[in-house]
Ligand binder design. Structure first.
Ligand SMILES: [Zn+2]
Length: 662
């Protein structure tokens, strides 16, 4: 309540604040900025006070600066924008961290953007290793839309080394003949569940393995995939976490934790207090058999920073792998598509998972797959109604109008990647049809209907992790070649930011503690290089997180903002103790220290004059919280003589003489 009074009664603030009990004093204040709160009214403030891990108050500088405790870290934003920490609803933290492991051949964008790039990189790399060594790529390569690749292409440059390369989408792998040989895959090898070993026209495996179970037939032998140690995975997590902070994420939802073992590793990481980000994890399950065995062994888990809270399934693949489950199979994107589970099986699995009381998320992109998924959710909820299940569709690229209405009625969340509009939009156009493209991520329609949206970057299945790409995709809907896609579905920047904060928080059951800057919520926030609410299409790609704060702790700092720690002595708190001290040393050459103190927040002007009354330097010209200050004056450019320093701080005025002798 105290904080509300302070925000309201401007004139009484100073005298009131002096009486603030110690427990209501801030230990971190960001002021002189644009604080976008994303509260229900989308209030914008100048300053925010933090105490411990929570937001204490928001308001004008004159409201907030007097709340500084002792000590208090002060950050003068100099007009910069602060938002709540961004929440990524679809991230792969441990796995994305692994992409930077030096043992992998780096084939990610922009190193590889087409088949020729890939073969060139492989050809050069193979010269540096021994015959027989594995070549494992990180995830992964991209090709031009009309390009394909097979084992024979790879054999031509890597005849003597087994090769395992994942496509960037994470939906298929390309392997060469050596790798197929090691895995014992030939024309008679059956397809593992829900996946495909692709064959060429002669019936031979083509070297393309579609979806995880088929990919893993080779992947489990490839260096850096099947053999990753716990230590490596902790190191991967370290890297993943620091990349999140660099991007401005303070919470992430890791929607594919691949095994019970990895859930345990995340737990250990959290218990070792290395986990600083708020991490919400879903366990990925491929088959009904896995579902049955896991349900016996796993309960939800909540350690504060780490929550294991649900399940993830997949119903189709991706457009580039031609495995997106559309009704229209004549489109390139759906040429070899098939449901990863039959409707009956999906219904059974989702029912079992729903009945655990936890959240269920399903990867699906095509209209037919989306319809099947909604049907299974509807059935599970009809059989066992639960008011706040918050089941989710991940990606959900091409819903029909009916599907959108059904999602609304069943309160199914859409967790998606607007980045793909920008980076993959051109590819989507050639892989589908004009009519289909009209249905690509109807975000504005969905938002206006009240459907809960959440944004995530899905690295490494997207080229880049920064949230600017989600903003660019959802606000401008412009592809990399400049094609504008269904402009009527553009969001405004405040809408996009709200989805990426409060929307994603809701998708992880965290909207009461994160997602906006309001008193009592976690102090998770980001200082941005640009004003989020005034971005042009050209500017948005230059947006950078400058500082990321989780629970009041600075976890990323690019050094562009100065943090001043102010320490108040008890004496300085009583009103009327404005002081301007005599400088020391005096006389001086060339530098001297000037000390002053102010008992309450004031606009301070401290200037140096010569004996003719001409101003020679301005030392301070800004609002300052109560405190004792020292400033160094350097007379390097001045000649010997008498000078004056004069302070004006609110109503107070003081002047002192000092002498420079050279
Ligand atoms: Zn993903």
């Amino acid at each position: 309540m105290v904080t509300k009074i302070i925000l309201f009664i401007g004139a009484l603030i100073i005298s009131y604040t002096v009486l603030l009990p110690a427990q209501d004093k801030a230990d971190l204040i960001l002021y002189n900025g644009k604080i976008i709160s994303v509260d229900p009214q989308d209030h914008i403030y100048k300053a925010v006070a933090v105490k411990g891990d929570k937001v204490l108050a928001l308001g004008n500088d004159t409201d907030i600066l007097p709340m500084a405790g002792s000590p208090c870290r002060l950050i003068d934003l100099k007009g910069k924008t602060v938002s709540p920490g961004l929440i990524d609803s679809h991230y792969h933290m441990m796995y994305y961290g692994a992409q930077f492991w030096p043992g992998y051949l780096n084939i990610r964008h922009p190193v590889v953007t087409c088949k020729a790039d890939l073969l060139k990189v492989l050809g050069e790399y193979v010269k540096t290793i021994n015959p027989g060594d594995w070549i494992s790529g990180n995830q992964g390569f991209t090709l031009k839309q009309d390009e394909t690749i097979d084992r024979w292409d790879l054999d031509a440059v890597t005849p003597n080394n087994p090769v395992y390369l994942r496509h960037s989408s994470g939906q298929y792998s390309a392997v060469n003949s050596k790798a197929l040989g090691i895995a014992g895959i030939d024309s008679s090898t059956p397809n593992p569940p829900s996946s495909l070993i692709i064959h060429d026209s002669t019936g031979q495996p083509s070297g393309i393995l579609s979806h995880y179970p088929a990919e893993n037939l080779v992947g489990r032998y490839a260096t850096g995939y099947g053999d990753r140690t716990d230590e490596q995975k902790f190191a991967d997590t370290d890297i993943g976490q620091s990349l999140c902070f660099q991007a401005g994420y303070t919470s992430v939802q890791d929607v594919i934790v691949g095994s019970l073992k990895d859930i345990q590793l995340y737990k250990q990481y959290a218990d070792s207090s290395k986990l600083k980000i708020r991490l919400y994890a879903l366990l990925y399950l491929d088959t009904e058999k896995e579902v049955d065995s896991v349900l016996k062994n796993l309960k939800n888990y909540d350690s504060g920073r780490f929550k294991f809270a649900g399940w993830k399934l997949a119903m189709d693949g991706g457009l580039s792998g031609r495995t997106t489950l559309f009704y229209d199979k004549s489109m390139y994107a759906a040429e070899i598509s098939y449901p990863y589970h039959t409707q009956d099986e999906l219904n059974r699995i989702i029912k079992k998972l729903h009945n655990t009381g936890l959240q269920v998320a399903v990867h699906v992109g095509g209209d037919q797959g989306i319809d099947m998924t909604i049907t299974a959710f509807e059935e599970a909820m009809r059989a066992n109604p639960r008011p706040d299940a918050r089941h989710r569709i991940e990606h959900g690229l091409f819903p029909t109008q009916t599907a959108v209405q059904r999602m609304k009625d069943a309160n199914i969340i859409l967790s998606t990647q607007p980045q793909w509009i920008t980076w993959y939009g051109d590819g989507f156009r050639t892989a589908t049809s004009d009519a289909t493209m009209e249905r690509l991520l109807p975000l504005k329609t969905m938002l206006d209907m009240g459907i809960h949206l959440a944004f995530g970057c899905d690295v490494p299945a997207s080229p880049y992790q920064e949230p600017k790409w989600a903003f660019a995709g959802s606000v401008f809907r412009k592809t990399t070649t400049g094609t504008l896609l269904t402009q009527s579905e553009r969001l405004t920047m405040p809408e996009a930011l709200r989805v990426h904060t409060m929307g994603s928080a809701y998708a992880g059951f965290a909207e009461t503690t994160t997602g906006s800057l309001e008193p009592g919520k976690f102090a998770d926030l980001v200082i941005w290089s640009l004003d989020l609410y005034n971005l042009t299409p050209n500017q948005v790609t230059g947006l950078e997180a400058e500082m990321t704060i989780v629970g009041g702790e600075i976890v990323y700092d690019n050094g562009k903002n100065t943090i001043v720690t102010s320490v108040l002595s008890e004496n300085n708190i009583s009103p009327g103790s404005f002081k301007l001290m005599q400088n020391y040393p005096n006389p001086f050459n060339p530098a001297t220290i000037i000390k002053y103190s102010i008992p309450s927040t004031s606009f301070v002007v401290l200037e140096v004059y010569n004996t003719l009354g001409q101003k020679v330097e301005t030392l301070v010209n800004e609002i300052k919280p109560a405190g004792e200050y020292s400033i160094i004056f350097n007379g390097d450019n001045l000649s010997t003589g008498v000078y004056y320093y004069r302070i004006k701080a609110g109503e107070f005025y003081g002047i002192k003489k000092f002498v420079l002798i050279k």
